[in-house]
Design a protein around this ligand. Structure first.
Ligand SMILES: O=P(O)(O)OC[C@H]1O[C@](O)(CO)[C@@H](O)[C@@H]1O
Length: 221
């Protein structure tokens, strides 16, 4: 399974990229809003992310509401850098936009996916990536991992005639990451904090403290 970072924060992206384990970035309007960025600076901000992650897929979300606007905005976003992936929320308008964009060679990440039928339709329309949410399903008292597993199994059952990867999204914990990898999700997009938590383990910290204490003894012997 590949790791993407789920943030629009340039410092977080730079730091996580330096760890050498990232394969891409996902952003959404909420994550851009969190950076304090203005509307006028949005596209340049996406360009900066694409430069930091040269060659890796960077999802930039369209906020258009009609098929025609999504296609226009999608083409503009795709023109910002060769590694831009246009993110569209699932709906009849965005399915139609995905078809057109995919035919034009623009990679689409279909987001806000919560069910297998939504995912299957997105794949049929030509989506390069599909983003089912985990954490937000847990938030409403359902089982986000079970929902993701259903979607992964349905998508992996078929050949859609084009590459189509599942991005486990709305990931909140190392447990979500393990569950996504066990079921064969292609990618997990993980916020910076949760990504750092994935590096940690209490026994690693305990083991390190012991090594350090024992080394002090060696130095003082
Ligand atoms: O529930 P959260 O943490 O807001 O996550 C929302 C998800 O939506 C996405 O836009 C899905 O593509 C990701 O950026 C993110 O993983």
């Amino acid at each position: 399974m590949k790791f993407f970072i789920d943030t629009a924060d340039l410092d977080e992206i730079r730091e996580a990229m330096s760890w050498g384990a990232l394969s891409g970035v996902t952003t959404n309007p909420s994550l851009y809003a969190k950076t304090g960025g203005k509307l006028a600076d949005f596209e340049q901000h996406m360009v900066k992310i694409c430069e930091i992650c040269e060659g890796l897929p960077v999802s930039a979300e369209s906020t258009a509401t009609t098929t025609q606007e999504m296609v226009e905005e999608g083409k503009r976003l795709a023109g910002l850098a060769p590694n831009v992936v246009v993110k569209l929320p699932i709906g009849v308008e965005s399915l139609a936009a995905t078809k057109t964009l995919a035919e034009d060679g623009v990679a689409v990440n279909m987001t806000l996916v919560f069910s297998a039928p939504q995912a299957l339709l997105a794949a049929r329309a030509g989506a390069r990536y599909i983003s089912p949410f985990v954490g937000r399903v847990d938030d409403i008292g359902s089982d986000g991992v079970a929902s993701l597993e259903e979607i992964v199994r349905c998508i992996h059952n078929y050949d859609f005639g084009h590459e189509c990867e599942i991005i486990a999204a709305s990931i909140r914990s190392p447990y979500h990451v393990t569950a996504a990898a066990l079921m064969g999700a292609d990618i997990a997009t993980v916020p910076f904090g949760a990504l750092k938590n994935c590096v940690k383990h209490p026994l690693t910290a305990e083991g390190l403290a012991k090594f350090e204490a024992d080394w002090e003894k060696v130095k003082n012997a």
